[in-house]
Design a protein around this ligand. Structure first.
Ligand SMILES: [Zn+2]
Ligand SMILES: [Zn+2]
Length: 284
Protein backbone atom coordinates (compact mmCIF):
# COMPACT_ATOMS: atom_id res chain seq x y z
CA UNK A 1 0.00 0.00 0.00
CA UNK A 2 1.45 3.37 -0.93
CA UNK A 3 1.47 6.35 1.35
CA UNK A 4 -1.56 8.02 -0.25
CA UNK A 5 -3.64 4.84 0.05
CA UNK A 6 -2.64 4.68 3.70
CA UNK A 7 -3.72 8.26 4.26
CA UNK A 8 -7.13 7.61 2.77
CA UNK A 9 -7.76 4.43 4.73
CA UNK A 10 -6.91 5.35 8.30
CA UNK A 11 -7.62 8.05 10.84
CA UNK A 12 -4.81 10.45 10.25
CA UNK A 13 -3.90 13.85 11.69
CA UNK A 14 -1.28 16.17 10.31
CA UNK A 15 -0.71 19.80 11.22
CA UNK A 16 0.26 21.70 8.09
CA UNK A 17 1.17 24.76 10.20
CA UNK A 18 0.43 25.77 13.77
CA UNK A 19 1.23 29.09 15.38
CA UNK A 20 0.62 32.79 15.43
CA UNK A 21 1.66 33.02 11.75
CA UNK A 22 -0.90 30.53 10.46
CA UNK A 23 -2.94 27.49 11.41
CA UNK A 24 -4.20 24.63 9.26
CA UNK A 25 -4.76 21.01 10.27
CA UNK A 26 -5.48 18.00 8.08
CA UNK A 27 -7.70 15.10 9.17
CA UNK A 28 -8.28 12.00 7.08
CA UNK A 29 -10.17 8.73 7.48
CA UNK A 30 -11.62 5.94 5.34
CA UNK A 31 -14.32 8.19 3.89
CA UNK A 32 -12.59 11.46 3.14
CA UNK A 33 -10.52 14.32 4.40
CA UNK A 34 -11.16 17.71 5.97
CA UNK A 35 -9.14 20.74 7.00
CA UNK A 36 -9.46 22.70 10.21
CA UNK A 37 -8.79 26.40 9.62
CA UNK A 38 -7.25 27.94 6.54
CA UNK A 39 -4.63 30.20 8.07
CA UNK A 40 -1.87 29.68 5.51
CA UNK A 41 -2.08 30.78 1.88
CA UNK A 42 -4.00 28.55 -0.53
CA UNK A 43 -0.80 27.91 -2.50
CA UNK A 44 1.10 26.75 0.59
CA UNK A 45 -1.89 24.69 1.75
CA UNK A 46 -1.97 22.83 -1.57
CA UNK A 47 1.81 22.36 -1.52
CA UNK A 48 1.89 20.98 2.05
CA UNK A 49 -1.03 18.66 1.25
CA UNK A 50 0.86 17.42 -1.80
CA UNK A 51 3.92 16.87 0.40
CA UNK A 52 1.90 14.42 2.50
CA UNK A 53 0.38 12.74 -0.54
CA UNK A 54 -3.04 14.44 -0.52
CA UNK A 55 -4.67 16.40 -3.33
CA UNK A 56 -6.81 19.44 -2.52
CA UNK A 57 -9.55 17.59 -4.47
CA UNK A 58 -9.62 15.00 -1.66
CA UNK A 59 -10.68 17.65 0.89
CA UNK A 60 -14.43 17.67 1.51
CA UNK A 61 -14.56 20.86 3.55
CA UNK A 62 -12.78 23.23 5.90
CA UNK A 63 -13.95 24.06 9.43
CA UNK A 64 -13.24 27.61 10.60
CA UNK A 65 -12.66 28.44 14.29
CA UNK A 66 -12.73 32.28 14.17
CA UNK A 67 -11.98 35.33 12.05
CA UNK A 68 -8.34 36.05 12.96
CA UNK A 69 -5.99 36.18 9.98
CA UNK A 70 -3.86 33.29 11.24
CA UNK A 71 -6.96 31.07 10.79
CA UNK A 72 -8.47 32.42 7.55
CA UNK A 73 -5.57 33.77 5.45
CA UNK A 74 -6.13 31.23 2.64
CA UNK A 75 -9.92 30.93 2.94
CA UNK A 76 -10.96 33.36 0.22
CA UNK A 77 -8.74 31.75 -2.45
CA UNK A 78 -9.42 28.15 -1.37
CA UNK A 79 -13.16 28.69 -1.66
CA UNK A 80 -12.92 30.64 -4.93
CA UNK A 81 -10.34 28.52 -6.76
CA UNK A 82 -10.98 25.09 -5.29
CA UNK A 83 -14.70 25.43 -4.51
CA UNK A 84 -13.98 24.12 -1.04
CA UNK A 85 -17.06 24.27 1.21
CA UNK A 86 -16.33 26.12 4.47
CA UNK A 87 -18.17 25.44 7.73
CA UNK A 88 -18.65 27.78 10.66
CA UNK A 89 -21.33 29.51 12.73
CA UNK A 90 -23.50 32.37 11.49
CA UNK A 91 -21.76 34.77 13.91
CA UNK A 92 -18.29 33.77 12.76
CA UNK A 93 -19.34 34.14 9.12
CA UNK A 94 -20.60 37.64 9.95
CA UNK A 95 -17.28 38.49 11.62
CA UNK A 96 -15.41 37.24 8.52
CA UNK A 97 -17.59 39.28 6.13
CA UNK A 98 -17.17 42.34 8.40
CA UNK A 99 -13.45 42.16 7.63
CA UNK A 100 -14.23 42.57 3.92
CA UNK A 101 -13.42 38.98 3.00
CA UNK A 102 -15.36 37.61 0.03
CA UNK A 103 -16.47 34.01 0.10
CA UNK A 104 -18.33 32.39 -2.81
CA UNK A 105 -21.93 32.02 -1.75
CA UNK A 106 -22.02 28.35 -2.80
CA UNK A 107 -19.12 27.54 -0.44
CA UNK A 108 -20.77 28.90 2.70
CA UNK A 109 -22.08 26.29 5.16
CA UNK A 110 -23.64 27.21 8.50
CA UNK A 111 -23.20 25.07 11.59
CA UNK A 112 -24.95 25.35 14.95
CA UNK A 113 -23.10 25.38 18.25
CA UNK A 114 -25.49 22.95 19.88
CA UNK A 115 -25.71 20.39 17.09
CA UNK A 116 -23.45 17.54 15.99
CA UNK A 117 -22.97 17.16 12.30
CA UNK A 118 -21.25 14.76 9.93
CA UNK A 119 -18.76 15.59 7.24
CA UNK A 120 -16.61 13.15 5.26
CA UNK A 121 -17.31 10.40 7.78
CA UNK A 122 -16.33 12.54 10.76
CA UNK A 123 -18.77 13.18 13.61
CA UNK A 124 -18.16 16.80 14.59
CA UNK A 125 -19.13 18.82 17.68
CA UNK A 126 -18.22 22.43 18.25
CA UNK A 127 -17.91 24.24 21.56
CA UNK A 128 -17.41 27.89 22.54
CA UNK A 129 -14.05 29.16 23.78
CA UNK A 130 -13.06 32.48 25.33
CA UNK A 131 -10.90 34.52 22.94
CA UNK A 132 -10.63 38.07 21.63
CA UNK A 133 -12.60 37.49 18.41
CA UNK A 134 -16.34 38.21 18.02
CA UNK A 135 -16.91 34.43 18.34
CA UNK A 136 -14.46 31.52 18.58
CA UNK A 137 -15.13 27.79 18.60
CA UNK A 138 -13.19 24.63 19.38
CA UNK A 139 -13.79 21.22 17.79
CA UNK A 140 -14.29 17.68 19.05
CA UNK A 141 -14.18 15.23 16.15
CA UNK A 142 -14.78 11.48 16.21
CA UNK A 143 -14.18 8.79 13.63
CA UNK A 144 -13.66 5.05 13.85
CA UNK A 145 -14.00 5.04 17.64
CA UNK A 146 -11.21 7.62 18.08
CA UNK A 147 -11.54 11.29 18.93
CA UNK A 148 -9.61 14.48 18.54
CA UNK A 149 -10.13 17.74 20.41
CA UNK A 150 -8.81 21.03 19.09
CA UNK A 151 -8.31 23.61 21.85
CA UNK A 152 -6.36 26.61 20.59
CA UNK A 153 -6.97 30.36 20.83
CA UNK A 154 -8.50 30.41 24.28
CA UNK A 155 -7.66 32.58 27.27
CA UNK A 156 -8.63 29.99 29.82
CA UNK A 157 -9.99 26.44 29.93
CA UNK A 158 -13.69 26.65 30.79
CA UNK A 159 -15.62 23.74 32.24
CA UNK A 160 -17.06 23.08 28.78
CA UNK A 161 -13.64 23.10 27.09
CA UNK A 162 -12.25 20.88 29.86
CA UNK A 163 -14.99 18.32 29.18
CA UNK A 164 -14.01 18.05 25.52
CA UNK A 165 -10.29 17.97 26.32
CA UNK A 166 -10.79 15.07 28.73
CA UNK A 167 -12.72 13.05 26.11
CA UNK A 168 -9.91 13.12 23.52
CA UNK A 169 -7.52 10.41 22.37
CA UNK A 170 -5.55 13.04 20.50
CA UNK A 171 -5.39 16.53 21.95
CA UNK A 172 -4.26 19.60 20.03
CA UNK A 173 -3.80 22.14 22.80
CA UNK A 174 -2.41 25.63 22.75
CA UNK A 175 0.86 26.37 24.51
CA UNK A 176 1.23 29.87 23.15
CA UNK A 177 3.78 31.70 25.27
CA UNK A 178 6.45 31.25 27.87
CA UNK A 179 5.33 33.45 30.74
CA UNK A 180 8.83 34.88 31.40
CA UNK A 181 9.59 35.54 27.73
CA UNK A 182 6.32 37.44 27.39
CA UNK A 183 7.09 39.47 30.53
CA UNK A 184 10.65 40.29 29.42
CA UNK A 185 9.81 40.88 25.76
CA UNK A 186 9.23 44.16 24.01
CA UNK A 187 5.49 43.91 23.37
CA UNK A 188 3.55 46.96 24.61
CA UNK A 189 2.05 46.51 28.06
CA UNK A 190 -1.50 46.50 26.64
CA UNK A 191 -0.66 43.64 24.25
CA UNK A 192 1.01 41.60 27.00
CA UNK A 193 -2.10 42.08 29.13
CA UNK A 194 -4.38 41.03 26.27
CA UNK A 195 -2.39 37.85 25.53
CA UNK A 196 -2.42 36.82 29.20
CA UNK A 197 -6.09 37.68 29.73
CA UNK A 198 -9.04 35.29 29.77
CA UNK A 199 -9.69 36.35 26.16
CA UNK A 200 -6.12 35.80 24.99
CA UNK A 201 -4.02 32.65 24.78
CA UNK A 202 -2.89 29.79 27.02
CA UNK A 203 0.68 30.02 28.33
CA UNK A 204 3.04 27.04 28.72
CA UNK A 205 2.49 26.70 32.46
CA UNK A 206 -1.26 27.23 32.22
CA UNK A 207 -1.51 24.35 29.74
CA UNK A 208 0.94 22.12 31.60
CA UNK A 209 -0.81 22.62 34.96
CA UNK A 210 -4.19 21.81 33.45
CA UNK A 211 -2.89 18.67 31.75
CA UNK A 212 -1.06 17.40 34.82
CA UNK A 213 -4.23 17.84 36.89
CA UNK A 214 -6.61 16.38 34.32
CA UNK A 215 -4.74 13.83 32.24
CA UNK A 216 -7.00 10.97 31.23
CA UNK A 217 -6.11 7.36 30.54
CA UNK A 218 -7.61 7.51 27.06
CA UNK A 219 -5.38 10.39 26.00
CA UNK A 220 -2.65 8.85 23.86
CA UNK A 221 -1.25 11.83 21.92
CA UNK A 222 -0.66 15.42 23.04
CA UNK A 223 0.32 18.04 20.48
CA UNK A 224 1.40 21.39 21.89
CA UNK A 225 0.12 23.93 19.38
CA UNK A 226 -0.11 27.56 18.32
CA UNK A 227 3.29 28.64 19.69
CA UNK A 228 4.10 32.34 19.56
CA UNK A 229 6.98 33.32 17.29
CA UNK A 230 8.32 35.95 19.69
CA UNK A 231 7.40 34.66 23.13
CA UNK A 232 8.02 30.93 23.01
CA UNK A 233 10.01 28.10 21.50
CA UNK A 234 9.45 24.32 21.32
CA UNK A 235 12.09 23.58 23.99
CA UNK A 236 10.43 25.91 26.52
CA UNK A 237 6.96 24.49 25.85
CA UNK A 238 8.14 20.89 26.16
CA UNK A 239 10.26 21.61 29.22
CA UNK A 240 7.33 23.30 31.01
CA UNK A 241 5.20 20.21 30.39
CA UNK A 242 7.86 17.75 31.57
CA UNK A 243 8.75 19.82 34.62
CA UNK A 244 5.14 20.33 35.70
CA UNK A 245 4.35 16.63 35.40
CA UNK A 246 7.51 15.79 37.30
CA UNK A 247 6.75 18.35 40.06
CA UNK A 248 3.25 16.94 40.45
CA UNK A 249 4.51 13.36 40.21
CA UNK A 250 2.22 12.58 37.31
CA UNK A 251 3.53 10.12 34.73
CA UNK A 252 3.66 10.81 31.00
CA UNK A 253 4.69 7.25 30.30
CA UNK A 254 3.07 5.85 27.18
CA UNK A 255 1.87 9.27 26.00
CA UNK A 256 3.10 10.55 22.69
CA UNK A 257 4.07 14.21 23.06
CA UNK A 258 5.10 16.59 20.32
CA UNK A 259 5.29 20.29 19.57
CA UNK A 260 3.68 21.24 16.26
CA UNK A 261 5.89 23.09 13.78
CA UNK A 262 5.02 26.72 13.22
CA UNK A 263 5.69 26.81 9.47
CA UNK A 264 5.91 23.22 8.25
CA UNK A 265 3.88 20.02 8.35
CA UNK A 266 4.21 18.00 11.52
CA UNK A 267 4.78 14.28 11.74
CA UNK A 268 1.71 12.30 10.72
CA UNK A 269 -0.26 10.79 13.56
CA UNK A 270 -2.22 7.63 12.80
CA UNK A 271 -4.78 7.19 15.57
CA UNK A 272 -6.28 4.05 14.12
CA UNK A 273 -3.00 2.26 14.67
CA UNK A 274 -2.06 4.19 17.82
CA UNK A 275 1.22 4.95 16.18
CA UNK A 276 2.92 7.63 14.18
CA UNK A 277 4.24 7.16 10.69
CA UNK A 278 7.13 9.48 11.29
CA UNK A 279 8.07 9.31 14.91
CA UNK A 280 9.12 12.61 16.44
CA UNK A 281 12.35 12.87 18.35
CA UNK A 282 10.27 14.74 20.90
CA UNK A 283 8.36 11.61 21.86
CA UNK A 284 8.88 11.01 25.56
ZN1 LIG B 1 -4.65 31.95 16.31
ZN1 LIG C 1 -7.09 34.03 17.44
Amino acid sequence: MNFKQRLLKELIFCSLSSGSSGNCYYLGNGFGSILIDAGISATVTRKFLKDIGVSIQDIKGVLISHNHTDHIRGLEVLTRKNHLPAYTTVNIWKSIFDRGINISRDCIRNIQKEERFSLAGFDIEIYPVSHDAPETIGFHICSGGKSITIATDLGYISKTAAGYIKKANLLIIESNYDEQMLLDGNYPYSLKTRIKSDHGHLGNHQTSEFLADNISGKLSHICLAHLSKNNNNPQKALQALKQTFSDKEVSLKGKYITVLNRNNPSEIIDLANQSTLRVSSKSL
